[in-house]
Design a protein around this ligand. Structure first.
Ligand SMILES: [Zn+2]
Length: 190
């Protein structure tokens, strides 16, 4: 489970620019670019002329169509749930929780219902930018969390968080907010 902060989709949705084929057996083999999904689908029939990798076509190595959109290169930030809560708290959006109170949910735990979670939201870019700038100005330098064993045998390890992590992520989130503001869009996360 993770959370992605990104600009809201443009009005009318992302615009498809074209399509290509991706072959897990040998990605650089077939570099053709197609006008649309149907053309790329048709191009699958010729894939073997461009990709001669011996594993091509086996089980997990079947080529597939990848669509390309005008939003693909927009800035975004993807973090795990625990670090998303750390960020949201630094942004003043999880006031009731301390960052140290938040732990990754145990594996297999059901996700919280959407309406109750701060992990899904939308904010005007200008407001997000203001919160990011404030967080950067106010938050003490992130000292990080050291790696620690979660059981006596040392087979379950919390890898912690490196120093400066929060400031680094906030800087990326600022890029997301600046881009969204330039485009006249909100910032969303989910
Ligand atoms: Zn192939």
């Amino acid at each position: 489970m993770s959370v992605t902060f990104s600009p809201a989709p443009p009005a009318g949705g992302p615009v498809a620019l074209g399509a290509s084929l991706e072959c897990p057996a040998y990605p650089p083999g077939d570099r053709r670019y197609f006008a649309d999904y149907d053309a790329a689908r048709a191009g699958l029939a010729d894939h073997h002329r461009y990709c001669t990798h011996p594993d091509c076509g086996e089980h997990a190595y079947r080529p597939f169509v990848v669509m390309h959109y005008n939003t693909d290169t927009e800035p975004s930030l993807n973090v795990g749930i625990g670090n998303a809560m750390l960020l949201l708290r630094a942004l003043g959006m999880v006031a009731e929780l301390g960052a140290d109170d938040v732990q990754e949910p145990p594996p297999g735990a059901p996700p919280p219902p959407e309406q109750d979670t701060p992990l899904v939201g939308e904010l005007a870019a200008e407001q997000m930018l203001g919160r990011v700038e404030l967080a950067l100005a106010l938050a003490p330098a992130d000292a990080g969390v050291p790696t620690r064993d979660l059981n006596a045998a040392g087979t379950v390890v919390d890898f912690g968080r490196r120093p400066g992590y929060l400031q680094d992520r906030l800087a990326v989130l600022r890029e997301v907010a600046l881009f969204a503001r330039d485009q006249g869009r909100d910032v969303i996360w989910h």
